[in-house]
Design a binder for this molecule. Structure first.
Ligand code: FES
Length: 111
């Protein structure tokens, strides 16, 4: 991790439009999603019973959990359907030289 708290986690080419990729961010599994023309990064763990959201489905700027089908907003981490109620952490994403860098988002990953 560099001085800005950023970590290179993948190549941009690894997450094509419509793609999902699970990466390690300092010991935390984070889901990278290329949806609606943007890259998003959220905790790769459902807030209901900890399913891997990277095994789920993208629907616009949301990801649907593979176990009980709660959807989460990829921008805010908000749970949009029951049974999940709590949000998931979000991370700041930046692309530099074809690499994807992650850092903790203000008000996101430290909750
Ligand atoms: S584990 Fe995701 S909705 Fe139940």
């Amino acid at each position: 991790m560099d001085i800005k708290g950023e970590l290179r986690v993948a190549k941009l080419a690894d997450v094509p439009p419509g793609g999902l990729l699970s990466v390690d961010f300092g010991g935390v599994r984070v889901l990278l999603a290329h949806a609606d023309g943007e890259l998003h990064a959220v905790r790769d763990e459902c807030s209901h019973e900890a399913a891997k959201l990277s095994d789920g489905e993208l629907e616009g700027a949301t990801v649907e959990c593979p176990w009980h089908f709660s959807r989460f907003c990829l921008r805010t981490g908000t749970a949009l359907d029951f049974p999940a109620m709590d949000p998931i952490d979000t991370y700041a994403v930046r692309v530099e030289g074809g690499d994807i860098l992650l850092s903790r988002a203000a008000g996101g990953a430290d909750r």
